[in-house]
Design a protein around this ligand. Structure first.
Ligand code: 9J3
Length: 288
């Protein structure tokens, strides 16, 4: 072999070795990250209910991490029609273990419409901000007022979309799940929205609710649509424990990417999505 050839093949072999090892270590770290995003996070948490009242909602519970470093982003979560905190409050503890301050509310009337839930969510966001300023609060000095998101189930999801549509300037992200709002048009939303749906939802049928809501969001706004195959109206509620792994993973990655601005999490919506997700999802879209 010519010396130049030997030299080139040596380079070629080393390139293969280097590229294989970096691909596999990237895959290992992604797999580890996917696993950790799918479970309770590293932080111990506490929850409390004594805080100043807000007229826009009834009771509320705030979940927060004890030992997270830095300021905390906040998330407000509303339940659906006739529901209470206990139907959706797994999000409170799950997100808190991953480093967020989360307020889960009860509406004044369990039959409150989405419009009322939107105002309840915004009041809860303001409560979280105020907790960061209240000396007696466990969150005193710990809240980043500029990082706030809204979430909600069904009419609470309609509320989260309405809140983001009217108050995007006060928010960083919205995550409605099996949202309910007939003829909901959310083309004023400018914050990234992750829309979670169930393929077989008979209470808020996906094509006239969540899918239509998703499509009404302007294409210039980052958005994702996550539809659980054969999923019902309760795919992201406490009762769907078998889905908490995947729901939590996309939800947390969304907050990391868009509320915290951590670009490392973009790959969880693109290249590093586990192939196993396609067995669980009937539809998936991501518009960066
Ligand atoms: O919040 C929801 O679960 C909405 C469901 C519903 O049936 O509303 C009808 C009035």
């Amino acid at each position: 072999m010519q010396p130049a050839f030997r030299y080139l093949s040596l380079i070629f072999v080393s390139l293969i070795v280097v590229s294989c090892s970096s691909t596999s270590s990237r895959m290992d770290s992604s797999a580890a990250m996917i696993d950790s995003l799918s479970r309770q996070g590293p932080h111990q948490i506490r929850a409390y209910i004594s805080m100043p009242d807000a007229p826009e909602y009834a009771g509320a519970t705030i979940y927060y991490p004890l030992n997270a470093s830095g300021l905390l982003g906040g998330v407000a979560v509303a339940p659906g029609f006739t529901e209470r905190q206990r139907h959706i409050n797994w999000w409170g503890s799950r997100l808190a273990t991953h480093g967020y301050a989360v307020i889960v509310l009860d509406t004044n009337d369990p039959r409150d419409r989405p419009e009322v839930r939107a105002e309840a969510l915004m009041a809860a966001v303001r409560t979280l901000r105020a907790e960061g300023q209240r000396r007696e609060s466990p969150l005193f000095g710990r809240i980043d007022s500029s990082r706030m998101a809204v979430m909600g189930h069904s009419m609470g999801g309609g509320g989260a979309l309405l809140a983001a549509n009217a108050y995007s300037n006060e928010l960083s992200a919205a995550i409605p799940f099996t949202s309910w709002q007939p003829e909901g048009n959310f083309n004023n939303i400018t914050v990234p929205a992750l829309v979670i749906a169930g393929e077989a939802d008979t209470i808020a049928p996906v094509d006239v609710h969540a899918w239509s809501h998703y499509q009404s969001i302007a294409t210039g706004t980052p958005k994702a649509f996550l539809e659980i195959k054969e999923g019902d109206h309760f795919v992201a509620n406490n009762s769907a424990a078998h889905l908490h792994g995947i729901m939590g993973r996309y939800g947390i990655a969304w907050l990391r990417l868009y509320m915290d601005g951590d670009e490392r999490y973009r790959e969880f919506f693109t290249a590093s999505r586990p192939s196993a997700d396609s067995a669980v999802l009937s539809r998936y879209e991501f518009n960066e």
